[in-house]
Ligand binder design. Sequence first.
Ligand code: NAD
Length: 348
Amino acid sequence: MKKQVKIGLIGFGFMGTTHWGVYKGLSHAKVVALADVDVAKRRGDVSKVVGNIGGGDNSKPIDLTGVAVYDDALRLIKEADVDVIDICVPTPWHAELVLAALKAGRHVFCEKPLCRTLAESRRIAAAVRRSDRFLNVGLCVRAWPEYRHAHEYFASGKAGRMLSATFKRISPSIDGNSWRNWYKDGRLSGGALLDLHIHDTDEVNYFFGLPKTVNSVGAKVGPGDCIDHVVTTYDYGDGRFVMAEGGWEQAKGATFEMSFTIVCEKATLKLDGSGYHIFPQKGKPITPKLDTKVGATGWHQELDYFIDCVRKGVRPDRYQTIDSVLDTMRLIFAEERSVLTGKKTRVA
Ligand SMILES: NC(=O)c1ccc[n+]([C@@H]2O[C@H](COP(=O)([O-])OP(=O)(O)OC[C@H]3O[C@@H](n4cnc5c(N)ncnc54)[C@H](O)[C@@H]3O)[C@@H](O)[C@H]2O)c1
């Protein structure tokens, strides 16, 4: 077993600095190399970094003493002495870096979405299947304590058969939050559909598997047919109703909303402004005690788990497998096709 897992972090914006903060709290993880194209970030100046949820205090520079700093991510992948490559750059660059890192024999943690297109997703999946290295994707909501608890409760069968489920994720505007404002350009980010709503698409897939068809409607706001608000119904062909909604065009000061209501024969599982509760059909409501030892966010939980797997040399199977991530990518691009064509769409 490794004493310490050495990490090469690529991209030092909102997610890169968030991961940096998580690793600081993990005794068996150390960021030993960092790459970013931005000279200020390479000096540890993260004062321009902003996010739409969570995030730390970026006013003070980050001390990068002892960290090998690169301006070229591919050079870090080839040269740095690291076990894990952690990819936190904008989505269009994920595929090239994931494939290079696997080829160089590194384990990979890649932020969500896995990549920008379905063809790239299939290429990555094939490379992961050929490799003995691990890949996990930052579909962090699977690891978010409330969602994880609800998933375990549902999968145990205690709630019984699902009758209906709704998921919602509405963010304040992301305008001005990112490097060169790349989120606002749908050709890069894929809009709120691919960047934000994917978390709930992934939950639908994680909880219930792939539906037969999807029916999506959406608002095209940004350039590149950028879908910035979407509502999808997922049809399982058996009368159950599953729906998810996501968007990021609220005013800057508005609150971030993430919620779900999963109605099952024996219980309703619910996360909303009042917290996370289980309402059994019979008996009193339950407020579960959640496991937040390493931190209360899914970012803490997913990275702690992944690093532990690398340390022990045990292939990760909690939260996600490449097949399941690929299914989520198939589902999200079916939703995009449905919005663009105005038709009910099969998952390709
Ligand atoms: N899991 C989550 O909850 C979550 C939340 C936010 C963002 N994300 C994802 O994380 C990724 C990064 O998003 P972000 O919000 O941190 O973006 P950001 O704009 O804040 O940061 C991107 C960073 O990458 C750097 N960069 C750009 N191109 C590069 C390259 N080729 N090589 C090296 N560095 C490069 C930029 O200088 C910047 O520092 C995206 O894929 C996004 O979808 C995930």
